[in-house]
Design a protein around this ligand. Sequence first.
Ligand SMILES: O=C(O)CCC(=O)C(=O)O
Ligand SMILES: [Fe+2]
Length: 303
Amino acid sequence: MAESESNGLPVIDMQDFPGQLSKLIEACEEWGCFRIVNFQNFVPQSLMHEMKGVVRSLLDLPIEIKRRNVDVIAGSGYMAPSKINPLYEALGLYDMTSAQHVDAFCTQLDAAPHQRQTFVRYARAVHEFMMDIGHKIGEGLGLKGVPFVGWPCQFRINKYTFTSESVGSSGVQLHTDSSFLTVLQDDEIIGGLEVMRKSGTFVAIDPCPETLLVNLGDIAAVWSNGRFCNVKHRVLCKEAGIRVSIASFLLGPKETAVETPPELVDSEHPPLYIPFTYEEFRKLRISKKLHTGEALDLLRTES
Ligand SMILES: O=C(O)CCC(=O)C(=O)O
Ligand SMILES: [Fe+2]
């Protein structure tokens, strides 16, 4: 798949490294979003396919069961269709790197043994994949250490009930992810995702089976000292059908402040943000209702 087939969205080939390091960094800076191909040694197609089946059946459970999926941190559990997002609902868990959290989620939803196994395999595979992308980002920036070890990973499965009557209305409103990096297995048939370029224009991210999408979030903008783009995105209903996506969010350091690697700070690039933890940031975003990255402006060194 080439950029010309993806509305200009960069396509990163996992089997072409270190050749694609500079392309990867440019994608992080200019788009904050890219498609990935040839990652089968991390996340096999068969596992993506099986996981999609599991996710569909969990999202089809009766609402009384879905409601058992309570929040561990604000916004981590079940989200029922609401006034703001009537076409959307989601299930999720706070940290897919924790066997206990995955187990608790599966128990809440009465998952069958084969569903649990698929979930555990997917969580492990996607986490390793995220760490590898993180590693490559570090390498592309010429960093010495390997960051991102021990960072929690939120997990969310999204269902959009699109009908011909809802075409043109919003599935999920414009937002940035609060995370450092999000790996998205988007629906392979039903489109609707759009990313906003820095210029303000929207680009449709059309379905592309057998690939994964990466979005960078607010923590990536902080961690990179303003170099990386926390991409704004939304989902619109453009056609009738059930749209299902699987999102895994590498959040930020667990208890310590988000730290910019020293290589990215110098007299020409002074620190842009005061030190804060991911948890503090998440609370600020929620309490101020700032979901498109503006919460970062409250944490700038000169504000
Ligand atoms: O469903 C999608 O394609 C996007 C979902 C999303 O943006 C999110 O879960 O943060
Ligand atoms: Fe998102």
